[in-house]
Design a protein around this ligand. Structure first.
Ligand code: C2E
Ligand code: MG
Ligand code: MG
Length: 578
């Protein structure tokens, strides 16, 4: 296909030889025109002459030409019909029409019908005629280039969103007629952002191109692959005998991506999560199918990435719930539906309160109390976490100010931060401003981060961590032991301490693994001079074990559940020292 070649710049048309179809019923006129053209150039011109429309169409069927010069008054058709048929049979070939000098209106009409240009009989010399032909060819190519650009993704050459929708629509129409099944695959690369952030956009682009190539190899040529944008791809599988065939393709895609990609001498491993939905079983319109496939893909991510997932009614229910949470969440801040609870952190040796962890609560009039486990991930995905996170920081510091004023000056506050807040870029200045506004010493603000942040390992998050450290806040690694828990993180990042995840504390005492892990984390922190907080302490036995193992700080229901501000203050007044 010449348009594809042009668009990729692989094979720009070089006119060493011009292949022409000349449509001219008059022999003498044809000979004269050929002589005129040949006289004007040293290059070879290869001309085929047709005397009727039928002959011309037969010629176009048999061979391809660079341009058509046409006298449209033909014995077997009207000028308008002839032109239309020529354009339809050779949509990529420019047609230059021969007209009489006094017939401007006719020439214009033909241009509207798809002719590229006109030559006035008898008035054109060879040079002008050639130039006209060349321009016509160039114009046609750039028109096609534009059409190409509006249908294809520039980076990968795959179909773009518009063409994808068009193809899906056509496929649905065909499937309705034939009663066959279509599978729509929605792919999103796993951790693509990390590649982009660490290796740069050019490397990211290379990776996308490579992925596009591997996708092409994993499906039939007739299947449509599209890039919807970013790292999102779709595949339309048509004419499936058995829906199971779609799973075979998914497996093939996952396998083809499992080979590392070599970019600048670096082996990069990329995986993808795939959601699959079927037409007509799951939905009968394009947007519905896209939503389904997206929800199924999302579920594949939740289940651990690098896998595919078929859309089910259950996924639908979850997606609907998620969307409802998302829209309610958008108004939650302005409607003041959030509040903070505080859970004390207690010194094992003295029983004194050292600080409190701020835990967000969302009380929505329709949904009631929504767990942060449910809405924080939605807030992260939508970016709302940035504003919500700032609100938490400000409120926690303002509250801390109040308990300081009530005489508990040594009680610090710990605030949970999401990785997404670090990516935003304004975290550090926001923290600095909040500290200044509330008059809180940075030493009394602890920030709890998760391993996913360290795993992202982007320059931006590293810089932010160091800047927060430089501000004077302390940084704790939350839920330690549940993620990848690479020891390298502990050395690489400026951490002040760890929080042992409550799943390990749960197993204490008595469970050998739980005991071994907890003791190991405590020994490790001691060696690295890191502070440790054990969270989720519910029983005396757990406390005793932790004390004996050398743990200094604990947090959990044994001391207190998370309390609203006034209850927390009351609790301090009853139990805490002045
Ligand atoms: P997390 O930071 O690990 O918080 C500790 C969670 O353990 C809290 O759940 C707390 O209520 C619960 N917990 C404390 N002691 C005990 C205990 O003795 N037994 C049991 N079974 N559970 C205990 P919560 O409040 O539901 O928060 C869940 C998670 O949501 C938090 O885990 C944190 O990751 C996230 N989160 C909460 N507030 C925020 C926030 O303001 N920002 C961000 N980014 N995340 C937050
Ligand atoms: Mg926490
Ligand atoms: Mg935790």
């Amino acid at each position: 296909m010449s348009n594809v070649q042009t668009a990729q710049g692989v094979n720009p048309q070089v006119m060493t030889e011009l292949r022409l179809l000349l449509i001219e019923p008059d022999d003498a006129a044809a000979t004269a025109l050929v002589a005129l053209l040949e006289g004007a150039t040293a290059k070879q011109i290869q001309t085929t002459v047709a005397k009727t429309l039928i002959q011309a169409l037969a010629c176009l069927h048999d061979q391809s030409v660079d341009a058509i010069i046409a006298e449209l008054h033909l014995p077997d058709s009207t000028p308008e019909a002839s032109l239309k048929q020529l354009v339809a049979s050779a949509p990529h070939t420019p047609v230059v029409v021969l007209v009489n000098g006094d017939d401007d209106a006719f020439a214009l009409e033909l241009l509207k019908l798809g002719a590229q240009d006109s030559l006035v009989r008898g008035r054109a010399d060879g040079a002008l005629a050639l130039k006209t032909l060349r321009y016509a060819i160039e114009r046609k190519e750039s028109d096609q280039h534009l059409t190409y650009l509006s249908h294809y993704d520039r980076l990968t050459g795959l179909a773009n969103r518009e063409l994808f929708r068009d193809r899906l629509h056509q496929a649905m129409t065909r499937a309705e007629r034939s009663g066959q099944v279509i599978a729509l695959l929605f792919l999103d690369l796993d951790r693509f952002k990390a590649v982009n952030d660490t290796l740069g956009h050019l490397a990211g682009d290379e990776l996308l191109i490579e992925v596009a190539g591997r996708l092409k190899k994993s499906v039939r040529r007739s299947d449509t692959i599209a890039r919807l944008g970013g790292d999102e791809f779709t595949v339309i599988l048509e004419g499936l005998e058995d829906p199971l065939d779609a799973e075979v393709v998914c497996t093939k895609i996952l396998k083809s991506l499992s080979e590392p990609v070599l970019i600048r001498n670096q082996e990069i491993y990329v995986t993808t999560s795939i959601g699959v939905t079927f037409f007509p079983a799951d939905d009968v319109d394009i947007n519905g199918l896209l939503r389904n496939a997206d929800a199924a893909m999302y579920r594949a991510k939740e289940e651990g990435r690098n896998r595919y997932n078929l859309f089910t009614a259950d996924i639908n229910a979850r997606a609907v719930n998620r969307m409802a949470i998302e829209s309610a969440l958008r108004h939650a801040l302005e409607r003041q539906e959030f509040h903070l609870c505080y859970q004390p952190k207690v010194c094992v040796q003295t029983g004194l309160v050292l600080g409190a962890e701020a835990l967000i609560r969302w009380d929505n009039p329709q949904r009631g109390l929504v767990s942060p486990v449910e809405f924080i991930p939605v807030a992260e995905d939508t970016g709302l976490i940035v504003q919500i996170g700032e609100w938490v920081l400000r409120r926690a510091c303002a509250d801390m100010r109040k308990w300081h004023a009530a005489g508990f000056e040594h009680v610090s506050v710990a605030v949970n931060l999401s990785a997404r807040q670090f990516r935003h870029g304004e975290l550090v200045s926001a923290v600095a401003k909040i500290l200044a506004d509330t008059g809180i010493s940075p030493r009394q603000l602890e920030l709890e981060i998760t391993e996913s942040l360290l795993m992202d390992d982007t320059e931006a998050s590293q810089l932010a961590l160091r800047a927060l450290k430089a501000l004077g806040t302390s940084i704790y690694l939350d839920d330690f032991g549940t993620g990848y828990s690479s020891l390298a993180y502990l050395k690489k990042f400026p951490l002040d301490g760890l929080k042992i995840d409550r799943s390990f504390i749960n197993d204490l005492p008595g469970d050998t693994d739980g005991e071994a892990i907890t003791s190991a984390i405590l020994a490790l922190s001691k060696a690295l001079r890191l502070g440790v907080v054990a969270e989720g302490v519910e029983t005396r036995d757990q406390l005793n074990f932790l004390r004996d193992a050398g743990c200094q700080v604990v947090q959990g229901y044994l001391f207190s559940r998370p309390l609203v501000f006034s209850d927390f203050l009351g609790w301090l007044q009853r139990t805490g020292p002045r």
